[in-house]
Write a protein that binds this ligand. Sequence first.
Ligand code: ADP
Ligand code: MG
Length: 628
Amino acid sequence: PPPLSSTRIHSSTTSITKNSSNTKKNETLRFLQPFLISNRKPIILGWLCSAISVFSLSQLVSRLGKFSNAAIDGPQLRSQGLILLCLVAARLVSGYGQHALLWDAALKTVYEVRVHVFDRVLERELGYFEGREGGASAGDIAYRITAEASDVADTVYSVLNTIVPSTLQLSAMMAQMIVISPVLSLISFTVIPCMSLFVAYLGQELRKISREAHLSIAALSAYLNEMLPAVFFVKANNAELCESARFKRLAQIDYHAKLNKRRMKAAIPQVIQAIYYGTLSILCAGSLLISRGSFDGHSFISFVTSLLFSIEPIQNFLPSITEAFLDDIRYRSDSSCALLMKITQDVGKAYNEWRQGEPAVERLHDMTKFKDKVVEKPDAVELGHIMGELKFRDVSFKYNDDMPHVLNGLNLNIRAGEIVALVGPSGGGKTTLVKLLLRLYNPVSGSILIDNHNIENIRLRSLRKHVGLVSQDITLFSGTIAENIGYRDLTTKIDMERVKHVAQTAHADEFIRKLPEGYETNIGPRGSTLSGGQRQRLAIARALYQDPSILILDEATSALDSKSELLVRKAVEHLMENRTVLVIAHRLETVMMAKRVFLMDNGKLQEVPRSTMFNGHKDSLLSSGLVI
Ligand code: ADP
Ligand code: MG
């Protein structure tokens, strides 16, 4: 697949983020809903674990004060200590359960979303994959299903882990704090969120400033790279002063950008200190209350512990400071930075994850919204046994509205069991005709009939089962020879007897037996370990395995040298027995097997009488690319 340029992904992602309205948000949630519901078991269990975890934490916190109170008495000390240990164990085990279960739910959700999206994408009409009808390129689709879907797992986990567990923990801790001391709680709830918000703001500013500083040095270096090689020109034009002024201006911009960055960085440790003082103010207020006798030391221990455990959930709810900010301080080892990192690392994790993940969900969802024209009618029929009569009636087709017609009122009747050849210049629309017969596209007008059933009224599966295609560019998948021949049977069990039989008929058995593992040999990506003739015979064997009533050979033998062609031609002869065959070719040998030959010209067909094939029409056949 073609590599995707990162800028493109970036720009499309950001544009979606910017445009996403509330309705879109709801739509995203609604898309995820059934998958979340189907994974309700681990989610509910995970939340249950988080409830246990929060319960044991709040017990732990409130008992901690009592513990320091009871420290005088031996037996009580032991029993209280034992309870504390049990609570710690409960907290740890349920904490593990919470994370493991919620990750299970998140990953399973993504797995199901992936499978769902992939199946829906496979159902899309061919035009979608060619970028029409709101479609996407192969690389884009692959990127969405792999990388972006993985992002969704992080998002889902964060959201699940925030909605219930963080809310529970925060409210439990806040309740505890308020019960212990409303005054101290009021101070804490003012100080901590304000500080966190301020740090978040600083982070965002620093990122902006860092980018400016980066751009300014880049501009300076670009200038030097351009100017220095042209120094001859500068001297000859007496332009040293002018260049000096330009350099000075750029250097000045860099100076200001760097200064701003450094100022911002100098502010950060002060903010950390402010957080210290903020915490200190709570401690001071606490000791003041204690000294006035309205508060006891044990309660204060419980209060401070509650406060500590309320910081993490607060961080989960706040908008995050940016990656750049974290990166910037990650490499600095002084302790103040370590503390800041700890405080800010998780800030707004969930919010940030959701903002990152939402466009990904949206883009996955987009792929499943159908606007296709090639759709199966609800009352489409299943074809049983068919004779293989084929009719094209006034078929017209163009790929795009603003492109000329490829087929223009084309008519063709093929009797059941007849072999008909189609020749014509490259780009004349022969393959397009085949794609219409397989109903990969709908004709703009006209109709195609198989045994007098309009193909629009036939179930797609049934239609494509009865029409077999061997084309010039053979598609083989990495897998064994047997899997490639029995490709259509992969969901059931491949009939090995049948595989061997068709391989013999296709003159492929001989070379397959010589391979190290015979039919179980893996042929590598796209069958890269096989020669052209071998690949061709495998494709013929595959068509024989399918045993279609109508067979199309689209320049099936055109890419072969004459030596491998002989074997392939023999195989083709077997393949043609007892079927309606449409041969598209530019080699005369293949055409010779046909009863009637048609020339594709201007999107229409014109029969070439066999008697005149080598006389009157020889020139037109030659000019159409037919090799004689
Ligand atoms: P042939 O098989 O006779 O060589 P095709 O049917 O492949 O010709 O192509 C007929 C015309 O349609 C060509 O002009 C080609 O450029 C155009 N065409 C083929 N496939 C597509 C496509 N997927 N999208 C747009 N145009 C196409
Ligand atoms: Mg073609």
